[in-house]
Design a binder for this molecule. Structure first.
Ligand code: GLU
Length: 485
């Protein structure tokens, strides 16, 4: 099995096209086949070298590995379409020599006029094939007039062409709807269809997995491949990924680039897990997979025909679960590296109290969906505290809890892992409150929030003095929403 991912470097990889890369990679990996990276940079205007570089980086970060590609070569190279011009020219020549393609001298104006006429007659526009029958003399005349020809592929026969798609089953196209189409432009660059078909053929690609938007291109690719004498690969057209309202994924809605997710501190494995679930399911309700587990379980037969819907909340859930399932030390190292790299914690501050920071970072593990969230969460340890619900601290019951805290904190020496349980027991006893009546005011007073990291951990980090300060802010400061020191 030889499978390829063939991105056009006209933008950054986002969830949509990275998912295409992933499905190809999983198909190859599951079947012990080869996964090839080919860069389709025939659109010279829009293709940019920096996008190519970023594609390498993003795929590498995701854990997607290729065995042939522009950066590492391979025996079917080159793997940049812009370096394959010779092949396209050779095959165009071969098709012309065999009468399967011909020069077309129609100018854009002429083509447009024909199109308008067809539309006016209620017909679906299609090339009239008029240059098929030009005599040598007519061609020479056009040539003398300085008109540079394009090359058209001859679509012969009036039958049907059926694509046996691995996801969509049989899809049939009527050939009369496909007019003779251009395979080489007057400037001798190949069209997208021609380059794809010739490359898939020459590179011995056996399976093509790509977006459903390419399904209608497939008859053209098959016709070209057959005419050139290549073996036609199996195709699988994946449903597109839509936004929550059924609209195509836009930049605004989740089509964030892969490196933006990386920058936010999503783990690559979580992102792969989530992307795999966009259209694929293992057949039971399991949802969490490592990349190796995906390789083991993936099957193209289990890719759905209906569009996948991008769901940010689901991504965050999957991502949070991956963070919780990590090895503790690995988590500690990654989150610290992230916080320092992103300057959420300065090197200088960190060096003054490394254990304290390591402790803080650890307690948020159960409440994170990506590492950048740490920035906001760490505000919990700022000198000022903001209350999500200051009212909660005003009831008589709450005041008695907080007053008990103050009294006990003044009696004891430390709050640490050995004393915190006793402290809470004493507060319970002295205030006479229990359950929610006890814990909601404590949580609000110490963290300013209804939910969040483990209360005892927060108290240990704050220490006796920090805890006392927060308690006194409630009792004597102005405990209003969003205020209080
Ligand atoms: N270069 C095409 C794209 O980025 C992919 C073509 C293909 O997979 O056949 O959409």
């Amino acid at each position: 099995m030889r499978v390829r991912f063939a991105p056009s470097p006209t933008g950054f990889l986002h969830i949509g096209n990275a998912r295409t890369a992933l499905f190809n990679y999983l198909l190859a990996a599951h079947n012990k086949g080869e996964f090839i990276l080919r860069i389709e940079d025939t659109d010279r205007e829009r293709s940019k070298p920096e996008y190519i570089e970023q594609i390498f980086k993003d795929l590498g970060w995701l854990g997607i590995r290729w065995t042939e590609g522009p950066d590492i070569g391979g025996k079917y190279g080159p793997y940049l379409q812009s370096e394959r011009t010779k092949f396209y020219k050779d095959y165009v020549k071969k098709l012309i020599d065999e009468g399967k393609a011909y020069y077309c001298y129609c100018t854009p104006e002429e083509l447009d006029k024909d199109r308008q006429e067809q539309l006016a007659q209620g017909l679906t526009p299609k090339y009239s094939n008029k240059c098929r029958t030009l005599s040598d003399e007519e061609m020479a005349e056009k040539h003398r007039a300085g008109i540079l020809p394009s090359v058209r592929f001859k679509v012969e026969g009036a039958g049907e062409l059926t694509v046996d798609d691995m996801i969509r089953d049989e899809v049939t196209f009527a050939l009369e709807q496909v007019g003779d189409f251009i395979i080489m432009r007057p400037d001798t660059t190949p069209t997208f269809h021609f380059a794809v078909a010739v490359d898939d053929g020459l590179m011995g690609i056996t399976h093509v997995v790509r977006g459903e938007d390419h399904l209608t291109n497939t008859p053209k690719h098959i016709l070209i491949m057959k005419a050139c004498g290549f073996k036609v690969p199996r195709y699988a057209h994946m449903p597109l990924t839509m936004g929550p309202g059924g609209e195509p994924l836009s930049k605004r809605l989740g089509a964030m680039s892969i490196h933006e997710y990386r920058k936010l501190g999503y783990r690559s494995e979580a992102l792969c897990n989530y992307m795999a679930l966009l259209g694929w399911s293992p057949g039971d309700d399991r949802e969490l997979f490592t990349l190796n587990e995906l390789k083991e379980h993936f099957s193209i037969k289990r890719v759905s025909k209906s569009p996948a819907v991008f769901d940010k909340a689901k991504l965050d859930w999957v991502s949070g679960m991956h963070i919780r399932q990590m090895d503790e030390n690995e988590f500690a190292q990654e989150i610290l590296a992230f916080a320092l790299d992103e300057k959420i914690i300065s090197e200088e501050d960190y060096n003054t109290r490394p254990e304290w920071y390591a402790h803080i970072l650890r307690i948020f593990r159960n409440n994170l969906s990506c590492y950048s969230e740490i920035k906001e969460k760490m505000q919990l340890f700022d000198t000022t505290i903001e209350y999500e619900d200051a009212e909660l601290l005003k009831s008589e019951g709450a005041r008695s809890v907080i007053a008990a805290c103050e009294a006990i904190l003044q009696e004891i020496d430390v709050i640490d892992e050995n004393t915190v349980d006793n402290f809470l027991k004493s507060v319970k006893k002295r205030s006479g409150q229990k359950g929610k009546e006890l814990f909601a005011p404590l949580r609000m007073a110490f963290t300013g929030k209804m939910h969040g990291p483990d209360l005892k951990e927060v108290m240990i980090i704050l220490g006796r003095r920090g805890c006392l300060k927060r308690v006194q802010t409630v009792l004597y400061g102005e405990a209003k929403n969003g205020e209080g020191t």
